[in-house]
Design a protein around this ligand. Sequence first.
Ligand SMILES: C[S@@+](CC[C@H](N)C(=O)[O-])C[C@H]1O[C@@H](n2cnc3c(N)ncnc32)[C@H](O)[C@@H]1O
Length: 218
Amino acid sequence: MNEEEIKLIASQLRKPKGEYAKKVGVTMNEGNLLMNKKTIALLDAQPNETILEIGMGNGLFVKDILSIDSTICYIGCDFSDVMVQESISNNQIYVANSQAQFIEANINKLPQKPSTVDKLFTVNTLYFWDDVSLGFSEIKRVLKDKGQLILSIRPKSVMDDFPITKYGFTTFSKLDAVEILTQNGFEINEIVEEEEEELDFFGGKLKNGFLVFKATKL
Ligand SMILES: C[S@@+](CC[C@H](N)C(=O)[O-])C[C@H]1O[C@@H](n2cnc3c(N)ncnc32)[C@H](O)[C@@H]1O
């Protein structure tokens, strides 16, 4: 794989677009399956909760939340128009009965009214936020008092071995993430750290794993 191809993959992971976008969505489902399942387990969605996800990709895992209880309301925001369309198409039943809604939006400017969300989660997006403080202030604005944030990332020690990360990714160690959550007004309740099987990727074996932070808005 040459540098141009690596750069293309990096930009598609940041914001899937054009002819490759649908395929990228499916590839992310496969590569990030365990991470998404673990995140949804920690989210622990309850009846009557409003849940907001930032950067849901093609929304394949939304059914794992909405099948828990018919009173759960899910909103997905992603700044890729193709991922919004794919999410709608993958969740037609839940969109039709108004349990799910998908909106094209950037973390920098969320469309939700203040204090309307019980729990917010985001998987593999922190690397791409162009203003981390603004992102957290938007999250805090839309979360209710004592609302919960579930933030899932692959740590710097994993990401920095991927050739793609030099093109537009910011990577975070466990300590970096603890610091930014704390500095941005969240109390960390739980940290899950998991190793995954090595990845056969980019012509070699790469170590793999993820971190999930469960935190409460102070
Ligand atoms: C690497 S993909 C991860 C998708 C999915 N969460 C997963 O873990 O498989 C990143 C997703 O977040 C979206 N995204 C990245 N930065 C964003 C931002 N600033 N605001 C909203 N969505 C963003 C992208 O369009 C893309 O769909």
